[in-house]
Design a protein around this ligand. Structure first.
Ligand SMILES: NC(=O)c1ccc[n+]([C@@H]2O[C@H](COP(=O)([O-])OP(=O)(O)OC[C@H]3O[C@@H](n4cnc5c(N)ncnc54)[C@H](O)[C@@H]3O)[C@@H](O)[C@H]2O)c1
Ligand SMILES: [Zn+2]
Ligand SMILES: [Zn+2]
Length: 396
């Protein structure tokens, strides 16, 4: 029981499954009697992990990865009142205290009490408070009563675990991107990026009633995946400009709203598709979104990027054409998705069959041993969302 194994970042391009400490109800000297220990049922690999694993952040060697966690409560601290041992729960990737002004306002992605160095924390992430990651067998979840979402029926939940596992991050994140971009019935939307977040966003746009969802990427398999559930697609390797490709689909070279599901490792368009151009997506969504539209930006931008191609980008300064966005009165919504704002409604959308989110992002379940291979395949652009099953609990 007191053994634990987890996926650790070793150096750029390398992760390893290691023996790690069994979690305590504490983070260093900080007591966490408000926390629980989870036996992890599923834990997903994310594009956000890839930024670290590609050496594009200041993540230290040995950092245990994993912020997309679903698990079974096996121990509860003295101060946990409502969550019980035996509950099957989804963990929002944001760690939040439930007590600070931001948490009280529902802004759980920028909690003020869980990370001494800046607002906001997450499991297994650089600069995010030092909380141990959950691509492991067991993990500590602090402030359990506030953070956790309990599934109403365990058997029903296990039958839909491939979908429910996405509630810890990418489903709410994609949905948040759509909501903040103002997607609603009849919207025409451009979603940049057909990775798991982009696909989850596109499926969320459909859930919100969008009329046309256009997904752009440069990986053909990922674009095919978007097509498989009714999206229109644009291949950004083509020389035809994005606006013209959009016009070929909807008759005009603009959309009502757009979502950046790519972030700072964005590549250029056309002949630049093989080259990193970190501001490409931000500039592209400003140029194709109608005046007065909103831009959802869940794609991640960093304050420090050792792998950036120029000195400004190394500090997170990008060449954004803000004058264009200003002239068009665009609204911009950035930052971590406050998962808790959405996870209960989205859980019900899954449980009552209003969405097939696992199918949309093409979930593939793998064992903990296979995590390093999962990272490699995901890095190569596999049109899959890898879900680690550390205890072999997920039914076929
Ligand atoms: N805000 C949040 O709370 C939150 C949560 C989860 C993930 N994220 C971020 O969302 C982003 C996407 O995550 P993911 O798991 O889907 O990652 P991913 O790396 O699998 O997907 C990114 C996709 O963008 C494509 N791409 C590159 N340049 C492009 C361009 N110019 N236009 C269109 N597509 C382009 C890539 O080919 C790739 O398919 C990452 O930056 C991740 O860190 C943010
Ligand atoms: Zn994630
Ligand atoms: Zn807080």
């Amino acid at each position: 029981m007191c053994q634990n194994h987890g996926v650790a970042y070793i150096k750029p391009g390398v992760v390893e499954v290691q023996s790690i400490e069994y979690p305590k109800l504490a983070l260093g000297d900080r007591k966490c009697e408000h926390g629980v220990i989870l036996q992890i049922v599923s834990t997903n690999i994310c594009g956000s992990d890839q930024h670290m694993v590609r050496g594009r952040t200041t993540a230290p060697a040995g950092l245990v990865l994993g912020h997309e966690i679903t698990g079974l409560v096996i121990e509860a601290g003295r101060d946990v009142e409502f969550i019980k041992v035996g509950d099957l729960v989804s963990v929002p990737f944001n760690i939040a205290c439930g007590r600070c002004r931001n948490c009280k306002a529902g802004q759980t992605g920028i909690c003020l009490n869980v990370n001494p160095s800046r607002p906001g924390a997450a499991y297994g992430y650089v600069d995010m408070g030092g909380w141990v990651g959950g691509q492991a067998e067991y993990v500590l979840v602090p402030y359990a009563d506030f953070n956790l979402l309990k599934f109403p029926d365990k058997d029903q939940a296990m039958a839909k675990i491939r979908d429910l596992t996405l509630l810890s991050d990418i489903f709410p994140t994609g949905y948040h991107g759509a909501v903040t971009a103002g997607v609603g019935p009849g919207s025409i939307v451009y979603v940049a990026g057909a990775g798991p977040v982009g696909l989850a966003c596109a499926a969320s746009c459909h859930l919100l009633g969008a009329a046309v969802v256009i997904v752009g990427d440069m990986i053909p398999e990922r674009l095919e995946q978007a097509k498989s559930f009714g999206c229109e697609i644009v291949d950004l390797r083509k020389d035809t400009p994005l606006a013209d490709q959009i016009a070929a689909i909807v008759g005009v070279p603009e959309v009502d709203c757009a979502v950046d599901c790519v972030g700072f490792e964005a590549r250029g368009h056309g002949s630049d598709a093989g080259v990193e151009r970190p501001a490409t997506v931000l500039n592209a969504i400003m140029s194709v979104t109608r005046a007065g539209g909103a831009l959802g930006i869940p794609g991640l931008y960093v304050t420090g990027d050792p792998g950036a191609s120029d000195a400004a980008a190394k500090e997170g300064s990008l060449s954004i054409r803000i004058g264009l966005g200003w002239a068009k009165s665009h609204s911009f919504y950035t930052g971590q998705c406050p998962v808790m704002k959405y996870h209960r409604q989205l859980m019900n959308a899954i449980l009552y069959d209003k969405i097939q989110i696992a199918k949309a992002v093409n979930v593939e379940v793998i064992s903990l041993d296979k995590a390093p291979k999962g990272y490699q395949d995901f890095d190569k652009g596999a049109a899959k969302k890898f879900v680690i099953d550390p205890h072999g609990m997920i039914p076929n």
